[in-house]
Design a protein. Structure first.
Ligand SMILES: [Zn+2]
Length: 88
């Protein structure tokens, strides 16, 4: 493949993201932009290098869910500690 021609990610999946095709323009870093659709239905433009590096695997919903799950776990742990401190 000649240098300068970006890798074609169209149709590939990265985590929850399915690459729909090249998005116009490039990032300031020179990275090629790809239009992706997340499993939740949100479309997002992501840099090809972020996809390849595994930095972008959802529109952001994955992180939101992970954070929510962590918060729930923390709340549950707090609840348990509270139970344990009840005398008796
Ligand atoms: Zn999503």
């Amino acid at each position: 493949m000649p240098k300068g021609i970006p890798i074609d990610h169209a149709g590939q999946r990265f985590g929850r993201l399915t690459v729909l095709g090249r998005a116009p323009g490039r990032y300031s870093t020179g990275a090629v932009c790809w239009l992706c659709r997340c499993d939740c239905g949100t479309e997002k433009v992501v840099a090809g290098q972020s996809l390849r590096a595994g930095l972008s695997r959802s529109c952001g919903c994955l992180r939101r869910e992970t954070t929510a799950a962590r918060n729930r776990a923390r709340a549950a742990a707090r609840h348990c500690q509270a139970c344990e401190t009840i005398p008796g």
